[in-house]
Every structure is written in structure tokens, then in C-alpha cells.
Design a protein around this ligand. Structure first.
Ligand code: SF4
Length: 309
């Protein structure tokens, strides 16, 4: 759809010359910020039921795939897929257990890629060496949750990891020919536009391969839901998000893959804002905003000095 930014679909078309669809798989793993290792409250925005995923973590990866494949083939008219381990922290287990989980895709020749979503403090060289063994056959990505490069924001979100840990994880991952991506939230409480631009500049400087963006939103049964009800939190309006998303993309290099620009959440857990679930409309507005500006992704990208972040 878009020529103004390098979408994940464009990347996949260029690389595989055919339609590729992601299939979300639930490995049933936990998160150290929930199981008591780092904390029990989790990140204050996180409600795992907010993930859009159709799988049941109680069933094996093979069984999830056997159920999903025929449905996805029919619905998307596609015969090549990427396995997407999305829920919680998908490197939070022993190397042996992780190998068994990821190996679940091997008997299905339809898979051409593997995306693993995790925290930057849930990775080490041994796990990365194991994951890099999949790069022979698959396009392999690790998505690290970052949200912001600012320590004050990470603390406010109760992330319980640092930007330094993120940078180290990205470096070790890239050294092994595994592609790296960062999750970033725009419109976080107390963040200025300048703060968000610093996050974009820092990711550009790191040479990250992909970025996933979404607007800060409130899910039920989270600490932020209480703060929101008390009126302590401002959420971006659709127009504000469109402008900031364009500002952010202008600062990323044109070769950085935009893996997501607008997320959605299940209606039953989303408190606000509801505009984010009208994804196509928001994407169209972003495209229109770029046209109006006569700019595109990478328009302002430049390598920043160490001191910029
Ligand atoms: S690290 Fe991820 S899964 Fe864990 S609490 Fe935070 S958002 Fe939720």
C-alpha cells in the first residue's frame, strides 16, 4: 500500500517474491517481570489477553500449526508463512527447551521465517548461537521490547530493564546474522515529542533492522487502567499519533523495516483509545500526512553522535 515507508509486506515481497503471512504461535512461556524473578506486576501497560492471538498455549506448537495452516492458506491464499512467537518473553527458558519449541516449525516446509519476540534481558550468547542455527533455512528476527530509550520512562512503565541491556542484546544478535527489531510505544506518559525523536535517533544509530510502533493505550486490569480512570494519563488523539509517527519515521533510515505502524487490541480488554483499532484508516492518514509534507521515511535520518543518546 505504501511507498512512504518500508513496510514489512514490502520487505517480504522483495525477499520472497510472493505473499507471506505471519502465524502467531504461543509457546506458553512466562516473563521474568511477572513470575517474581524481577517482579510480579509486569509492565504497567501489559495485559497478556491484549495480544491478538488465536492459539492456546496448552497445545503443542505442531498442533497449533496443524490447526492454523489450512485456515491461513484458505483465508490469505498464501502457501508460505512466518512463525511468530509473540506472547510474553519467548527466549525465557533453557536453551534445550527453546530449541524444542522452535523446532516445532521444522516439519512444515511452508515456513520460511521465524520471528521471536522477547525482552532484552532474556537473551545470552548461548541462546543466540542456538537461534542463529535457524538462519540457514529461515529468515530469522528477534524483536526486543524497548518502548523508549529513556530511563525515566522505563522506570515509570516498570519495565525493569535498561537501554544499555537493549543495546547489548542488539549488538550480540546482529553479530550472529539474526535480524533485530525494536518495539516502541509513542505517546507514553510524560514523554515529549523530543523524547520520542531521541528514541528514533538512537535506533537509527544502532542500525536496527526493524521497528514496531504503536500508540500508548490502556488495557483492562493493568495499573495504567487505574491511573487512567483517575484522569492522570493523556492519550494521543489519532491526528497527534499520525503526526508523531511520521516524525519518527522521518528519523529512521529508509532501509529500516517498519514491521508495524498501528496495533490493535481485543475489544474486550481495550479501554482507550478506540481509534487505534481502525487500522486501515490510520494507515491511510499516515500516508496522506507524508504526501502533505512531501517527505518519507528516512527524510531526516542521520547518524547521531554518541552524546545524542
Ligand atoms: S516484558 Fe512483555 S510480557 Fe513481560 S510484563 Fe512486560 S510487556 Fe508483559
Amino acid at each position: 500500500m505504501s511507498q512512504s515507508y518500508y513496510s514489512f509486506n514490502s520487505y517480504l515481497k522483495k525477499k520472497f517474491k510472493s505473499r507471506i503471512q505471519r502465524i502467531s504461535l504461543n509457546a506458553g512461556l512466562n516473563c521474568p517481570n511477572r513470575d517474581g524473578t524481577l517482579g510480579i506486576e509486569g509492565c504497567y501497560f501489559c495485559n497478556e489477553k491484549g495480544f491478538v492471538s488465536v492459539e492456546d498455549s496448552q497445545i503443542s506448537i505442531e498442533a497449533q500449526i496443524e490447526t492454523a495452516l489450512p485456515l491461513f492458506k484458505k483465508r490469505f491464499k498464501s502457501d508460505k508463512f512466518i512463525a511468530y512467537f509473540q506472547n510474553a518473553s519467548n527466549t525465557y527458558a533453557s536453551v534445550e527447551k527453546l530449541g524444542t519449541i522452535y523446532d516445532g516449525i521444522k516439519k512444515f516446509p511452508e515456513f520460511v521465517g521465524l520471528i521471536i519476540s522477547t525482552r532484552p534481558d532474556c537473551i545470552d550468547e548461548e541462546k543466540l548461537d542456538m537461534i542463529s542455527s535457524y538462519t540457514d533455512k529461515y529468515d530469522v528476527w528477534i524483536e526486543y521490547g524497548l518502548q523508549s530509550v529513556h530511563a525515566k520512562t522505563l522506570k515509570f512503565l516498570n519495565r525493569r530493564h535498561t537501554f544499555r541491556q537493549f543495546k547489548n542484546a542488539v549488538k550480540l544478535t546482529a553479530e550472529r546474522n539474526i535480524k533485530t527489531a525494536a518495539h516502541v510505544i509513542l505517546g507514553l506518559p510524560h514523554e515529549t515529542k523530543h523524547d520520542m525523536y531521541q528514541t528514533a535517533n538512537a535506533l537509527a544509530k544502532l542500525g536496527i533492522n526493524g521497528v514496531k510502533l504503536h500508540t500508548f493505550h490502556i488495557l483492562k486490569n493493568t495499573p495504567f487502567a487505574c491511573m487512567y480512570k483517575q484522569g492522570d494519563i493523556h492519550l494521543l488523539a489519532e491526528g497527534e499519533y499520525v503526526e508523531i509517527a511520521c516524525d519518527f519515521l522521518e528519523r529512521l533510515p529508509s532501509e529500516c523495516v517498519i514491521m508495524r505502524l498501528v496495533s490493535n487490541a481485543r475489544d474486550e480488554v481495550l479501554i482507550a483509545p478506540f481509534w487505534m483499532n481502525r487500522r486501515q484508516k490510520v494507515l491511510l492518514k499516515i500516508e496522506e500526512e507524508f504526501k502533505k509534507r512531501n517527505t518519507r521515511q528516512g527524510f531526516l535520518a542521520k547518524r547521531q553522535s554518541e552524546n545524542d543518546f
